[in-house]
Design a protein around this ligand. Structure first.
Ligand code: NAP
Length: 229
């Protein structure tokens, strides 16, 4: 239901690879309400075999390449994120901004930012991966900052973005102060061996946000915070 209420939904490439999510609305009768799906993926590593790519011609998928302005202060669950980002610190964070049209798959021309990276799924260099994704119907959007990404989306008529995770992506939006609403789900159950990184706990939520509701789902609880706009 949350997805159906949003214009677009976003995950980091870590989640796209770990979970292979579809990010669609699958409630009977509401399937047409699926949001535009966005993956933060600077190296174009979204696998061509992923559910997202395989359904890109049915529900739009955007791969957003955005250099991180600063590393969020988390211990990445994949463990490699910090190392990889540090290795890419020569990324030009000022240049590439592009416009796009949902459903049209524009492919703005850019110069290659770096040579071949160790691919997580497909192999090949960044540019060839980009090309393959474009041919599969995925749209590419390059922007200098997350804020710029939101502006481009808003100019395309998409004003509500649901950031569904993982911790790295969520924390990036929080640290850029781009979050108007936080839905924090708490469970007494530990998910996975050793747990999964959370971008924040209730104690981390600043006074800028007000708790507007608390809802129980069985033994889980959802705390809903909003920041006045
Ligand atoms: N509990 C939940 O509700 C929930 C929800 C979703 C996911 N998860 C879990 O979370 C785990 C994955 O989380 P994660 O923190 O490892 O990864 P993640 O946030 O899904 O993805 C991290 C990657 O996204 C890209 N990225 C994210 N933010 C960016 C930014 N601001 N600028 C540029 N690139 C950015 C970077 O990839 P590049 O550097 O390659 O571009 C980064 O390495 C999985 O285990 C998944 O199952 C849990």
């Amino acid at each position: 239901e949350l997805r159906a209420r949003c214009d677009c939904i976003l995950v980091g490439i870590g989640t796209a690879i770990a979970d292979d999510p579809e990010l669609t609305v699958r409630i009977a009768g509401m399937e047409q309400r699926s949001p535009v799906r966005i993956v933060l993926d600077r190296q174009f590593e979204l696998p061509l075999t992923s559910k997202l790519v395989r359904t890109a011609r049915e529900v739009p998928v955007i791969v957003a390449a955005i250099p991180p302005s600063a590393l969020p202060d988390i211990s990445p669950s994949r463990g490699e994120i910090g190392k990889r980002l540090a290795a890419r610190s020569n990324f030009d964070s000022t240049s590439h901004s592009s416009t796009f049209k949902v459903g049209q798959g524009s492919a703005p021309s850019i110069s290659p930012l770096e040579g071949e990276m160790p691919g997580r799924a497909e192999g090949g260099n960044r540019e060839s991966k980009r090309q393959l994704l474009t041919e599969a119907g995925v749209q590419i959007l390059e922007a200098p900052t997350l804020e710029n990404l939101l502006r481009i989306l808003a100019e395309s008529g998409m004003s509500e973005l649901l950031v569904e995770g993982g911790a790295f992506a969520a924390k990036s939006f929080l640290e850029a102060e781009l979050v108007d609403r936080i839905m924090l789900f708490e469970s007494p159950v530990v998910i996975g061996e050793g747990g999964i990184e959370t971008p924040l706990n209730r104690a981390d939520i600043t006074g800028d946000y007000a708790l507007v509701s608390e809802t129980a789902y069985g033994r889980d609880r959802c705390f809903d915070y909003e920041r006045p706009i």
